[in-house]
Design a protein around this ligand. Structure first.
Ligand code: GSH
Length: 237
């Protein structure tokens, strides 16, 4: 019997979604536990993740209730590290290719997503970043995509795809509903710009990731959209 794996997550969190995507793609058994981020339980910070953020996983140890985590399980946090952990746990899932060059490319893609897309897009949504930084990040990511291939790296879904997909799903919301603290219309403008020939490779990849059954299974678009609309109400006219 395999070791227990509990994922502490929140529906709004793109970082949590990365992990759920990898788990679903690997067909891995896991228990998900929603952490109330607005009223975080004390045991979560003291016994699971001292930083208090989601996602985190407990692995191994006895089968206990998620809200009573055992000191005997391993505790692992930081989404990109958990992604690597899952690829190690499920070496035959293809989450990380066997070939060293492709493995390096997967890690580079994750690094690039984290450095150039993640921060830029959330700063933009929060009204703290520039439109141009988002486009630059997208351009960088597009440059990494190989023509004619359906995935971030090689011919198989990897943790690189799992890492970027939640951010793509949120960019879809922003560009289709214009929700964010940026000046009115900038979300739609971004959507129109991405439809142009310059971003054709990126847009095709995005659509493929959004159509993936794993994303449809774990991503609650309505919930995230409502959260964004509630959270980002003050607008620059
Ligand atoms: N670098 C972390 C970021 C995790 C993160 O920022 N999680 C947010 C939710 S999206 C969180 O838990 N916020 C609650 C808090 O900071 O109290 C990762 O990649 O796992």
């Amino acid at each position: 019997m395999s070791e227990q794996l509990t994922l502490y997550l929140h529906k709004i969190s793109p970082y949590s979604e990365k992990i759920e995507l990898a788990l679903v793609e690997a067909n891995a058994p896991y228990r998900g536990y929603q952490v109330d981020l607005s009223n975080k339980p004390e045991w979560y910070t003291s016994r699971v993740n001292p930083v208090g953020k989601v996602p985190a996983v407990t692995y191994g140890g006895p089968n206990v209730d998620p809200d009573d985590p055992s000191p005997l399980s391993a505790k692992i946090a930081e989404s990109n590290i958990i992604l690597e952990f899952l690829a190690d746990l499920y070496p035959d899932s293809g989450l990380l290719p066997k070939d060293p060059v492709l493995r390096a490319k997967v890690r580079f893609f994750i690094d690039a997503t984290t450095k150039y897309l993640e921060g830029a897009s959330y700063d933009f949504i929060r009204g703290q970043g520039s439109y141009d930084s988002v486009l630059k990040g997208i351009e960088f990511i597009q440059g990494l995509l190989e023509e004619g291939k359906g995935f971030a790296v090689g011919d198989h879904y990897t943790i690189a795809d799992a890492c970027i997909s939640p951010h793509l799903a949120r960019l879809k919301i922003v560009t289709e509903t214009d929700t964010g603290k940026f000046p009115v219309g900038m979300g739609y403008k971004l959507g129109e710009e991405l439809k142009g020939p310059k971003f054709a490779k990126f847009t095709k990849y995005v659509q493929r990731m959004l159509d993936r059954p794993s994303l449809k299974q774990i991503h609650d678009e309505e919930y995230v959209t409502t959260f964004f609309k509630t959270r980002f109400t003050e607008r620059v006219q």
